[in-house]
Design a protein around this ligand. Structure first.
Ligand SMILES: Cc1cc2nc3c(=O)[nH]c(=O)nc-3n(C[C@H](O)[C@H](O)[C@H](O)COP(=O)(O)OP(=O)(O)OC[C@H]3O[C@@H](n4cnc5c(N)ncnc54)[C@H](O)[C@@H]3O)c2cc1C
Length: 439
């Protein structure tokens, strides 16, 4: 006896921001949709936790809305949530003896960079900085490196100088106004999933896709659910797998096999990179940073210690709480992945001592540590994408549909807001529209 295969109009692979946005749009337009998600939850790289007693949602993945991202604000409106303006961006860095206000180096850096002719041929960002060391002071160079590593989660030896300069030359997310969803990004994802018409769309969790077999007008997807093989069929599919999963060699553990393969995707896939981030949410018994030096730093949002294993910390301002977030991105973060909580906590507390002084027992004040190892997680294999040398049109090429049958979405494919939730939502909606127009 042969087992019948469930059939839909569209299969969406992945229930992160991109997959949910695509599914919502498709089901609203009358398509029957099956969403296959490997994890036991929706949201992907959005992971909001609210431990008992916590006054605010804690974000282990995406946290900020960078700039006035139209897609995110529209989702917030639909979810009945609001954005908290996190504009209190006063920064402090330790200098001999005391914590001092850090100079606004972003503007200085931008002005210095504008005086340098744009490179005609792409090169690694670190080489670009070195080439122009006469025009760029050591302070500006080390700030630029910190930003590329910390904000873009990129390795300056591999990141595209052209793309970084383009990002900083326009309205860069790095100095755009920032917001947070008041109820956390998780609530936004729940609302998006809740908006799916149950008569039209089903979300199948714990379903690890291993093969997408396709030909024009037909897609068969094989997956494993609780150790049992399964299969669904549709006329078209929207694939929202994270960049690093798409980059896995065929037959490597965790890879998704395309049959037939997609040779035109190989070059753009090789030009983009996935950046690592280790983010720890530290809940203390009290906000000690707001109390030191007679409360001088109570309105400071960001604290920096450039050479430390965790070079950046932030508070939850404007909401006052005893929570401090530790952030390490790029090559520094690679030293921290695959470690136990205690192994990442030690360098985090050491970094705190570098910023706030060595006299306090920070570990005793600590009541909870929350984090997720995105790099070791086989369903993300990293935090978010960045452009490698020669990336040029890679994001656009990856987003291109194949034979009006396979459509692609995900943060790495967006040219406007890549690496962010906004970028993921944009591409999900765009792929759905493209699919609707094709059929
Ligand atoms: C620590 C951290 C901090 C961040 N901070 C911010 C921030 O402040 N602001 C911001 O805008 N963005 C931030 N981001 C980036 C943001 O989270 C992502 O850009 C966005 O959530 C990506 O959405 P996506 O739908 O493209 O991918 P994902 O959310 O990764 O969705 C892809 C889905 O595919 C699923 N999947 C993978 N493999 C399979 C398989 N074989 N079978 C079935 N399903 C599979 C995954 O489980 C996942 O649910 C951060 C990310 C991290 C990790």
């Amino acid at each position: 006896m042969t087992k019948s295969v469930d059939a839909y109009d569209v299969i969406v692979v992945g229930a992160g921001a991109a997959g949910l946005a695509a599914a919502a749009q498709l089901s609203r337009n009358g398509k029957s949709v099956c969403i296959l998600e490997a994890r036991d939850r929706v949201g992907g790289r959005i992971l909001t936790v609210r431990p008992r007693g916590a006054a605010i949602p804690l974000e282990l993945g995406a946290e900020f809305i960078h700039g006035e991202s139209p897609c995110v604000f529209e989702q917030l409106r639909l979810a009945g949530d609001v954005a908290i303006d996190a504009a209190q961006t006063r920064h402090r860095a330790p200098q001999p003896g005391r914590l001092k206000q850090s100079e606004d180096l972003f503007e200085t850096m931008k002005q210095r960079l504008q005086r340098i002719p744009k490179p005609r041929a792409d090169l690694p960002f670190a080489e670009f900085l070195d080439k122009h060391r006469r025009q760029l002071s050591p302070t500006v160079r080390s700030f630029a490196t910190m930003l590329v590593e910390g904000f873009d989660a990129a390795d300056p030896m591999r990141a595209s100088a052209i793309e970084i300069l383009k990002e900083w030359g326009g309205g860069s997310a790095a100095d755009a106004p920032t917001f947070r969803p008041q109820r956390g990004y998780g609530a936004l994802m729940d609302s998006l999933a809740g908006s799916l018409d149950p008569a039209k769309a089903c979300v199948q969790l714990d379903s690890i896709v291993n093969e997408i077999r396709w030909r024009r007008g037909e897609v068969n997807v094989s997956f494993t659910r609780h150790g049992e093989p399964g299969q669904v069929r549709a006329s078209q599919a929207v694939v929202t797998l994270p960049l690093a999963v798409m980059q896995l060699p065929a037959l490597a553990p965790g890879s998704v096999l395309f049959t037939p393969s997609l040779p035109r995707k190989q070059l753009p896939l090789s030009r983009l990179l996935m950046g690592p981030v280790v983010k720890l949410v530290l809940c203390f018994s009290r906000p000690f940073w707001a109390e030191i030096e007679d409360g001088k730093h109570r309105d400071v949002a960001f604290f920096h210690a450039q050479g430390a294993p965790f070079p950046t910390f932030w508070s939850t301002l404007p909401v006052r709480s005893p929570v401090l977030v530790a952030w390490s991105g790029g090559p520094k973060a690679l030293h921290l992945v695959g470690r136990s909580t205690d192994e990442v906590l030690r360098p985090a507390l050491q970094s705190i001592a570098e910023i706030f002084g060595k006299r306090r027992d920070y570990r005793r004040m600590l009541e909870g540590v929350y984090w997720h190892d995105w790099q070791s997680d086989p369903y993300s294999c990293g935090a978010y994408s960045y452009a490698g040398v020669g990336a040029g049109p890679a994001r656009r090429q990856l987003a291109r549909s194949v034979e009006q049958t396979l459509f692609f979405a995900g943060e790495a494919l967006d040219e406007e807001e890549s690496s962010s939730v906004g970028g993921a939502l944009n591409t999900g909606q765009r792929a759905a529209l493209e699919l609707l127009q094709s059929s």
